[in-house]
Design a protein around this ligand. Structure first.
Ligand code: DC
Length: 221
């Protein structure tokens, strides 16, 4: 059977993980959430009082910290030095620290090998920021999934509201803009559309529509 790697890149809040998870399930592929790996590293930095600007401490931490992935009932779990931190990494604080600390090459190179190993061994749908441009340049299909800032903020606001968390939509918009800027302008492997990626703008699309669009692209490879 042919070996498939599907790369889905895009900014925060575009719906990558929801779509990638659904696609992987329907195709019988493994879903690899690379953001979770950067979040696990970020949690380590936060717990140890390491700031994103402290490159020497970040370098030292990268030598001591171990991030691994485990699959339980088809779900990805992220282990930080053996501890399952899959739930703990889902906060805004950890997300922002992941964005700030992932600008460092030493952090990125530590995780890229793990990502490439996973993709070599099995069919994967992998989502992130530079999967198509750097991690898996030979992926069978590359999708750049995006949406307007206001729509991404609206979705995030809705998610928080559903969890009973009070939020300010303007503050969320500002956060998203800052995160986009940082992810797109970092020097090493920034977020950008690969030349051979298909652009999908989900601003006015439902999840089902996005999944169907990508499935039809897969049928054509
Ligand atoms: O997708 P996410 O929100 O879980 O990612 C959190 C941060 O991690 C994101 O703002 C930038 C960084 N990240 C990255 O630099 N490269 C990836 N492949 C995935 C995430």
């Amino acid at each position: 059977m042919k070996h498939y790697n599907i790369a889905i890149d895009g900014p925060a809040g575009a719906g990558k993980s929801t779509v990638a998870k659904r696609l992987a399930k329907e195709l019988g592929f493994i879903y690899v959430d690379t953001g979770a790996m950067y979040r696990a590293m970020a949690l380590y930095f936060l717990r140890n009082g390491i700031e994103a600007s402290q490159l020497d401490r970040i370098e030292q931490a990268c030598r001591n910290v171990d991030v691994t992935i485990d699959y339980q009932n088809g779900e990805q779990h992220v282990l930080l030095n053996g501890e399952d931190v899959s739930r703990l990494i889902r906060t805004e604080e950890v997300g922002n620290m992941a964005s700030a600390s992932s600008v460092h090459k030493v952090v990125r190179l530590k995780l890229v090998e793990l990502q490439r190993e996973l993709a070599k061994k099995q069919n994967v749908v992998m989502d992130g920021r530079e999967i198509g441009t750097f991690v898996l340049p030979d992926a069978n299909l590359k999708v750049y999934l995006t949406a307007s800032v206001s729509e991404r903020a609206r979705r995030r606001f809705g998610e928080l509201k559903e969890k009973g968390i009070d939020a300010d939509i303007k503050a969320i918009e500002k956060d998203i803009e800052e995160r986009d800027h940082r992810d797109m302008t970092r020097e090493f492997a920034p977020l950008k559309k690969a030349e051979d990626a298909v652009l999908v703008d989900s601003s006015d699309m439902t999840i089902d529509e996005v999944v169907d669009t990508i499935k039809s692209l897969i049928n054509n490879i």
